[in-house]
Design a protein around this ligand. Structure first.
Ligand SMILES: [Fe+2]
Length: 235
């Protein structure tokens, strides 16, 4: 079954797909001209040729992560990224999804990954749900196939995480201490793959894990997380 939905145009349709499956992939979300400009800006940012407000976030040998807040991005010369973040769709989907208007976008991450060292069974390379419930938007700036570090997910299992978190909270336990590691058979896990220009949206209650990159593979994405304080406290 294909989960790619290039016919979904309205924020409501996309939100329904995310609610049903736990994620949604929209091919051709970014037009090719815009994609070229985004890639140029991305390469500049990864080379650290950025203005104030950008900062390194957990970089390691095989991964550059350059973050910026939405407000600081607006002061930057990176107009294609500003345009991308200004598309009303992100706000509309987030509003539809959480059903409240106090959601917020925390940071924007420019992430470039190369060959992953020996496979790890630790987070984020093992299946888990995020401790804080979020919607994550992954804008693909490069083609992402199975060997190119896609996020892997187990469809339609997000409700179990919601129940687990709710039970945990009702016992008065702090969310940061919840055991968020989960186990599924490998046949149940599918990759969020797509060509450059695709958008993948993930409900982080969906069991998910980071993917490894093979030799000579490169993954370039812009990632945005949106969360709702009120939803998290209820959820
Ligand atoms: Fe995660």
């Amino acid at each position: 079954m294909s989960y790619a939905k290039d016919k979904l145009n309205s924020s409501l349709e996309i939100t329904e797909a995310v609610k049903k499956h736990g994620f949604c992939i929209i091919p051709n979300f970014i037009a090719s001209k815009k994609l070229n400009k985004l890639n140029k800006e991305f390469d500049t940012i990864i080379k650290r040729n950025y203005s104030t407000g950008f900062y390194e976030h957990g970089c390691r040998e095989y991964m550059d992560v350059i973050a910026v807040s939405e407000d600081n991005l607006k002061q930057s010369p990176f107009t294609a990224q500003i345009d991308l973040m200004s598309t009303p769709l992100i706000q509309k989907i987030t509003l539809n999804f959480f059903g409240v208007d106090d959601f917020f976008i925390q940071h924007i991450f420019n992430v470039k990954s190369t060959e992953t060292p020996a496979h790890s069974n630790e987070l984020p390379y093992s299946l888990h749900f995020d401790k804080i419930h979020m919607l994550k938007f992954f804008f693909f700036l490069s083609d992402i196939d199975e060997d190119c570090g896609p996020t892997w997910v187990v469809p339609q299992q997000q409700h179990k995480s919601l129940i687990k978190r709710k039970e945990w909270r009702e016992k008065g336990n702090p969310v940061q201490e919840i055991n968020n590691i989960i186990h599924y058979h490998k046949d149940e896990v599918i990759p969020l793959t797509g060509a450059a220009g695709s958008l993948a949206i993930l409900d982080t209650d969906t069991p998910h894990k980071a993917g490894s990159l093979g030799q000579d593979k490169v993954r370039k994405i812009i990632r945005v997380s949106a969360s709702s304080p009120s939803y998290s406290s209820k959820g």
